[in-house]
Design a protein around this ligand. Sequence first.
Ligand code: NDP
Ligand code: MG
Length: 401
Amino acid sequence: MTGTAERRLVLLGATGSIGAQSLEVLARYPGIARLHGLAVGGSRPQQVAEQVLVHRPERLVVADPGHAETIERTVTVACADAGIATPRIDAGQNAVIDLAGSLGDHDVVLNAITGSVGLLPTLAALTSGARLALANKESLVVGGHLVTAAAAPGQILPVDSEHTAIAQALAGVRPDQVSRLVVTASGGPFRGRTREQLATVTPEQALAHPTWAMGRVITTNSATLVNKALEVIEACFQFDLPEDRVDVVVHPQSIVHSMVTLVDGSTIAQASPPDMRHAIGWALAHPEKLPGLAAALDFSAAQSWTFEPVDEDTFPAIAIARASHREGGGAMAAYNAANEEAVDAFFAGDLSFLGITELIREVLDHPRRPRADLTDGVDGVLAVETWARGAARSLIGEQGR
Ligand code: NDP
Ligand code: MG
């Protein structure tokens, strides 16, 4: 790496699947950036202490104040034992936002928080001028117009294999040369099942993803295809295209990470074995390439890559998201909030697997759903979110699914 010796990195969601893999990439390629700060939810104190010992950040933020004391004690003892300085430790959601906005335009913030709680940190990072490596797709989905308005061209680098693939396929392509984006989907663990077969699915079955090891929410979203629905919206905002120019195709091998079809009939694909370190390293090091970052494809053995249409009747999540994107305003915030509540209820045993998408539809069809418009800003989005969470919870409670 050249020219990045002084670059600082803030990592939000350090103990998660993306966060931990990001620290692995950083340990292997220390020239990318110096770790300035970590933010975590707080449920994994031992892991946080280990990360602090290895990477020695100056700041640590614990989002959930209820976990702050345990984290502080564990980290302080670990640092004293190792004879190193304890980082400054803050707690609470405002401290996460403050950390996200604390760097400058030479630096990078990687947002790997799960859920729409990532929106305000995303906006803070963009306002600071830092590069935003964005794994938290929910912030782009729920606040797409706010996020794109706050971002300078090229300031957001997606950390989502599909969008990282599209960004790479678009290198050297002008916007007027693009015909369609083609987002690939593994199909999740229930590809080929009927609705009847999905009626009795358990959380354990939903967590058994065939090709990717990820956090709980995104893994469940991959099983319902809500993740692919969020990714269609993410692509619309990231690449400034309407939803009817973003296709989805099921590709069970997860080798082709997405494609771009050009106006001349050519399709450009990005292919590599499924490994999120590729997307993480791409976004952190761009425009450099990290040698040996992840394994390359081996074409000495026979292999087949297959593509098939999505079964939209069994998995209606994408069609519902397309409609909410066409409506615009706060509809996508309502979609995402309903899904987050539904996933929690599914894990609590209060909602069936098929009930997740049904609940999203009911919340969007609710006659009293507030319609935030583009002038309502972040408060409008948050108000829709709050309403949608309340509506989702009472629908779950009423129907005792
Ligand atoms: P995880 O659930 O594994 O990790 C979430 C992380 O966020 C944890 O470190 C958690 O802390 C932390 N956290 C929770 N709440 C807050 C908060 N309010 N402020 C700061 N940190 C918080 O998620 P994943 O890593 O799987 O996913 C992260 C994001 O990346 C999601 O948006 C997901 O959709 C996206 N993504 C993930 C991929 C993957 O392969 N995993 C692929 C593509 C995108 P704690 O450990 O204490 O709970
Ligand atoms: Mg993805």
